[in-house]
Design a protein. Structure first.
Length: 459
């Protein structure tokens, strides 16, 4: 009987703990506590009138439109969004795209109070911005939470200004983590919370009332919510906000490398067991990576004590590192592990992307086919025609068989520099090395517009 009672008590305690995570009475208490700190953002941009537009005659029923369409009348483009206060002194966080190029920004609270806002700083790379408003009285505010602790399936709520309808609450769960939308530092939280136009810049709360994300994007074929929304995790947003407050700009770390993903074939060829890390595709000769001895083709597995799970993580880890800090970097170089030390410098500007090679229109007479690739000698004429990078040396790819394993991995205009870690100079070299693999997957090192790409091909 005592055992039964003890077990029953454990169930009651466990049930109470779960009740806190899944509120049976809804989210009303959270809304009352949090919504006073969630604001509507109105941004206006003054645009000069276009010359040459006729004015309507005085006394005409359409005369009132002269103010809008007259030669000298300014136009005002408005943008609506959301934001949230994180400091009682009036620090407001929102999305950069909400206030981008704005001449005037206003912040409106749920109680109707409106304040002009100063733009403290913006960061287009993460789409974050910080505003400041002034008042003699402290503002209601909320705090950042730990987004790294948020799990798929956790309840979250969003409060914001969808379609200009301020003070709207929606709820759902975290659907996925680590989503990428093409940005350099993307690591979005995906939720099924209804997010619409005007929610941008608003907070995503956990059930403790902490901000774990900044609502930023939706995926939708219709333009309205279809249950796939993306939020910047607080682990990214909070450091950016702190830097904007302190410096008025971001100060990110820089290593001087470009990276690409490690696919299953590359992982197998290097003996990694599973795809992880980041392939170094290019090294700035004047950067800290070059000074540390990092080379193209190296795979970074660990940075400053942190495992590098994928190629998107490394740029973020570097960016978050303190300027001037010396870090240890664990590499896999051609199947061998090694450790180097680099000093992180400040990122001044981002490099331009490499040009995309042109598509083949005809096959050169001196060409040959290997593993679904049409190959040609790399001479001065082919360099000019295919706009091959000056540093590239090897065998030129002029066409790719769309039915081969190389389709989608290799592009016309790529230069094969190595096959199975062996330098190649002729088509015969490529053919021989592929043949020596006896039908097994072969690792190709490609030069694509000055960046190195590793691809494993099935012959």
């Amino acid at each position: 009987m005592r055992v039964f009672l003890a077990f029953f008590a454990i169930l009651l305690v466990s049930g109470a703990a779960h009740a806190q995570r899944f509120p049976s009475e809804g989210f009303a208490d959270l809304n009352e506590r949090l919504s006073p700190a969630v604001v509507n953002i109105s941004a206006a941009q003054r645009v000069g009138g276009e010359a040459g537009l006729p004015a309507f005659p005085e006394g005409s029923p359409l005369e009132r439109f002269n103010q809008l369409f007259g030669d000298d009348a300014p136009r005002i483009a408005n943008s609506l969004g959301s934001g949230f206060v994180i400091d009682p002194d009036g620090v407001v966080v929102t999305n950069n795209h909400v206030i981008d190029e704005a001449d005037e920004v206003e912040v409106t609270f749920p109680d109707g109070r409106t304040f002009p806002a100063e733009i403290v700083g913006r960061d287009p790379a993460t789409d974050l911005a910080v505003l400041r408003i002034q008042s003699d009285d402290p503002f209601p505010h909320v705090s950042f939470g730990d987004s790294d602790a948020a799990r798929v399936g956790d309840w979250v709520i969003a409060i914001g200004n969808p379609f200009g309808l301020g003070g709207s609450l929606t709820a759902g769960v975290i659907s996925a983590r680590g989503r990428d939308a093409g940005g350099q530092y993307d690591d979005y939280i995906q939720t099924d919370v209804a997010i619409n136009t005007g929610n941008s810049g608003g907070p995503l709360f956990n059930l403790d009332g902490e901000v774990v994300g900044v609502n930023t994007l939706i995926y939708s074929p219709t333009g309205a919510s279809v249950g796939i929304s993306f939020s910047i995790p607080s682990a990214i947003a909070e450091p950016v906000v702190s830097q904007l407050l302190e410096f008025g700009e971001t100060r990110r770390g820089w290593l001087g490398v470009n990276v690409r993903p490690v696919n299953a074939g590359v992982a197998e060829a290097l003996g990694l067991g599973s795809p992880r890390g980041a392939v170094i595709s290019a090294v700035d000769p004047d950067g800290p990576a070059a000074a540390a001895g990092i080379q193209q083709g190296d795979v970074v597995l660990r940075f400053d004590g942190r495992l590098v799970p994928d190629s998107r993580s490394l740029p973020r880890f570097v960016a978050e590192t303190e300027i001037g800090r010396r870090v240890e970097i664990v590499l896999n170089r051609r199947g061998q592990s090694r450790t180097v030390t680099a000093t992180v410098e400040r990122l001044e500007e981002e490099g331009a992307p490499a040009s995309t090679p042109r598509t083949a229109t005809q096959t050169p007479v001196n060409g040959g086919e290997v593993a679904g690739l049409t190959l040609a000698v790399l001479d001065d004429a082919s360099r000019r025609r295919w706009r091959v990078h000056a540093d590239a040396a090897g065998v030129l790819v002029t066409a790719v068989d769309p039915t081969s394993d190389a389709a989608g991995k290799v592009r016309a205009g790529d230069v094969i520099e190595e096959v199975a870690f062996t330098r190649v100079e002729t088509i015969a070299d490529v053919r021989r090395l592929v043949g020596e693999a006896n039908g097994e997957p072969v690792l190709f090192t490609l030069n694509r517009g000055g960046q190195f790409v590793l691809q494993t091909l099935e012959p």
